[in-house]
Design a protein around this ligand. Structure first.
Ligand SMILES: [Zn+2]
Length: 107
């Protein structure tokens, strides 16, 4: 098979996986927030309340996922900043030569 086709297929597969995982993370956070909001004023039965345990698990889930999201966005911003710096450096330090302009030098 064509190498370009395989690379394109691999990129598409990784993007679909990324969107799917992002959707799952978003759903997990939304469901956790919804459970906490709906059960925040329940009639608590005491220390062994199953609803309080569920709320506590949802809080842990939100805390864990939000710290992961912050790390992801910090990493993404670092990559974006690095890309912008490289492009700026290319513009500053590049200069035109006959080779870059593809000028044929005949005798
Ligand atoms: Zn309770």
């Amino acid at each position: 098979m064509d190498k370009l086709f395989l690379n394109t297929r691999k990129i598409l597969k990784s993007r679909v996986t990324l969107v799917f995982v992002s959707f799952l993370l978003l759903c997990s956070i939304l469901v956790s927030v919804l459970v906490i909001a709906l059960e925040s004023e329940h009639e608590c039965s005491g220390d062994d309340c199953p609803i309080c345990a569920c709320i506590h698990q949802c809080e842990k889930c939100i805390s864990l996922l939000s710290s992961g999201c912050v790390s992801f966005f910090a990493f993404a911003n670092c990559n974006t900043l690095r890309t912008l710096l490289v492009k700026a450096a290319e513009k500053v330090f590049s200069h035109t030569t006959p080779i870059t302009q593809k000028v044929r030098l005949n005798d």
